[in-house]
Write a protein that binds this ligand. Structure first.
Ligand code: M6R
Length: 357
């Protein structure tokens, strides 16, 4: 049932305020994070953490890995499952391995989970589908509460994964007795309302999409957490609209990709992390100097002169911007696909769950 929406993808994008609230429900009590499912883990036993996933779940993991590393000071590695399973990863009894999968049935992720268990790791699955294989095979499971995701392009599963991974990062930090960012914990509950507000701005993103409809290529840039966001933005755009999109760490532009920028190229830049925004902005200016048209998703205080389009995200702590900025990126991809007449719910060559290698 599409509940009056034209497509499942749009319905699922609009469900995000609700499912994010569901994913948070009962998990923050008196400023403390409560993940009862993990009660019997002693996190002091671990000396490193792996995140393993595919596609969108990998992008959520990239974000989760940065947040976890900062919060716990443990070394964290995020890797795609198809690489992990064949690269003899350095996993042992002191490793915590976190597997992220919406469906819980992705073949590479399941094989990677089996390998990590064989090597003695403690494994946690972050899954959406109740009773899925991953949730049965892992030592522990935490569910995102996104509800059924029908559209092939993942949207609400991604943002709920981000929410749960941020909760998990600070839960582990809390259990290790590390300092906790109380402002962040407090603001988590405000995220559904902010997402709702961004969704009301949908016509702005529809206009941005018009810049992309006749292009073959689009370039996404960001640094730090914003890099995970642009990887996901580029994946969303290419899978539903077939516009070739690549995401680059903004600092890598000069090391090659800037050769591609010419008059009329479109660059979608994300600059939400204050410690690094000025650097990304200088990269944006370099692309503009070569004729790029820029769509900038940023926060107030990071104004850039002469940028054709700037969208200001609400003022929340930087880590939580990863959740908010996903919404404009999803809508830009969605509207580009619609303008081009693509079958957004069932993009060519893709399956909802990749159960073969
Ligand atoms: O079910 P999973 O989360 O394990 O799926 C992983 C990827 O196959 C999935 O995220 C894929 O990249 C989607 N098409 C993204 O929109």
């Amino acid at each position: 049932k599409k509940d009056g929406y034209d497509t499942f993808m749009l319905k699922e994008i609009y469900e995000q305020p609700h499912v994010i609230a569901e994913t948070l429900r009962g998990r923050i009590v008196n400023q403390k994070i409560v993940l009862d499912e993990l009660n019997d883990i002693d996190f002091h036993q671990f000396n490193k953490v792996y995140f393993v996933a595919c596609g969108t779940a990998y992008h959520a993991s990239l974000c989760g890995s940065q947040v976890l590393e900062r919060a716990t000071k443990l070394p964290v590695i995020a890797t795609v499952a198809s690489e992990f399973r064949y690269n003899d990863p350095l996993v042992d009894e002191q490793t915590l391995a976190i597997f992220v999968s919406q469906s819980g049935e992705t073949a590479d992720t399941l094989a990677a989970l089996r390998l990590a268990k064989e090597k003695g790791a403690t494994t946690i699955a972050i899954a959406n589908v109740l009773g899925s294989t991953i949730s049965r095979d892992a030592n522990y499971v935490l569910y995102t509460c996104a509800g059924p995701e029908i559209a092939v392009a993942s949207t609400k599963a991604y943002t709920t994964q981000l929410v749960l991974l941020i909760l998990l990062a600070y839960y582990i930090a809390q259990e290790l007795g590390k300092e906790i960012d109380h402002e962040l914990i407090q603001q988590l509950n405000t995220i559904p309302q902010y997402v709702e507000n961004i969704l009301k701005d949908h016509s702005i993103f529809e206009n941005y999409a018009k810049m992309l409809e006749n292009l073959h290529d689009a370039y996404f840039i960001g640094r730090s957490l914003d890099y995970a966001s642009v990887l996901e933005g580029a994946l969303k755009l290419k899978e539903v609209s077939y516009v070739h999109a690549d995401a680059y760490v903004a600092g890598e532009l000069k090391h090659g990709p800037i050769a591609l920028i010419e008059d009329g190229s479109v660059v979608i830049a994300v600059a939400t992390q204050p410690h690094i925004a000025a650097k990304t902005i200088s990269n944006i200016q370099e692309t503009m100097a070569r004729g790029a048209r820029v769509i900038l998703l940023t926060t107030h205080g990071e104004e850039v002169k002469n940028v054709e389009n700037t969208y200001y995200l609400p003022d929340v702590v930087p880590t939580l911007q990863a959740i908010l900025v996903a919404i404009p990126l999803q809508l830009i991809a969605y509207y580009t696909a619609c303008i081009k007449g693509c079958d957004v719910d069932k993009p060519r060559n893709l399956a909802k769950s990749v159960t073969v290698e």
